[in-house]
Design a protein around this ligand. Structure first.
Ligand SMILES: Nc1ncnc2c1ncn2[C@@H]1O[C@H](COP(=O)(O)OP(=O)(O)OP(=O)(O)O)[C@@H](O)[C@H]1O
Length: 239
């Protein structure tokens, strides 16, 4: 069953079409890669899906409900949550408290939120840093903290915006394994924006390519690397 349907979504900023008539759907539990050159409209699409912007046209249907314009906190309660390209944790709070903020989306109990937060910090391998100040973490651990925070909201669907950006190869590999583990444990659907082509090809079952706001192509990783229009617009001959 499709958990997410994007139907003819457009987003205009004045005369600029950041997204133009984009349509695709995602099956429950799958990993979809979202790629495209800088400025292609990937982050704008995440914003339209998760309620940070209402789409100018078209529909976003999540788990059978039309979301258009629904606020991000309500979208989060329905089970869809995103990470941000620029990770900004609550710097003066502990790592644990940052993750508890995510958990409090679903429970009013601090005790339960603390338990959920510890559980998710274990999942991302940060439980030994739960008392550290979030602002003191290096970038690789901030990215993991961001994933723990969204997992603590107990989502049905995660949208991950460049979670490997700025990481070294070893740190990227840890995030790849984390994304694959989340899939393995079942249930959570993931959409991933990533510029690292090797990573996106490894983790994605399907890939949507945006270019100048429009959907240029959609298919399996193999279909995408062999798509001439994608190679010309984005991948370049070296790929
Ligand atoms: N709030 C906004 N106001 C005006 N223009 C915007 C706004 N947000 C995005 N844009 C423009 O929309 C286009 C798409 O931007 P977007 O950030 O979605 O691209 P992207 O594919 O995520 O790029 P990148 O890979 O560099 O992160 C760009 O031309 C950008 O300048």
């Amino acid at each position: 069953m499709a958990i997410l349907e994007i139907k003819h979504v457009s987003k205009f900023f004045g005369g600029l079409a950041a997204n133009s008539d984009v349509s695709f759907s995602m099956e429950e539990g799958m990993i979809m890669g979202l790629i495209g050159p800088n400025g292609a409209g990937k982050t704008t699409l995440f914003n339209c899906i998760t309620g940070y912007y209402p789409p100018s046209r078209g529909d976003v249907i999540f788990d059978g409900r039309k979301l258009n314009g629904m606020e991000p906190d309500k979208v989060c309660k329905l089970g869809m949550v995103r990470t941000w390209q620029k990770v900004r944790p609550l710097a003066k709070l502990s790592v644990l408290d940052n993750v508890m903020v995510g958990a409090l989306c679903r429970t009013g109990s601090l005790k339960v939120a603390r338990e959920i937060a510890h559980e998710q910090l274990k999942v991302v391998g940060l439980d030994n840093k739960s008392n550290f100040l979030a602002g003191g973490l290096p970038i690789g651990e901030r990215k993991k903290l961001e994933v723990a925070r969204v997992l603590a909201t107990q989502p049905k669907m995660l949208l991950l915006d460049e979670v490997m950006g700025g990481l070294n190869p070893a740190e990227s590999e840890e995030i790849i394994q984390l994304i694959l583990d989340i899939k393995e444990r079942g249930g959570i659907t993931q959409m991933v924006i990533e510029h690292d082509m090797k990573a996106i090809m490894r983790i994605s079952e399907r890939i949507v390519v945006l270019n100048s706001g429009e959907k240029l192509a959609e298919g399996t990783p193999e279909e995408i690397v062999n798509n001439q229009a994608v190679v010309e617009a984005y991948l370049g001959s070296e790929h």
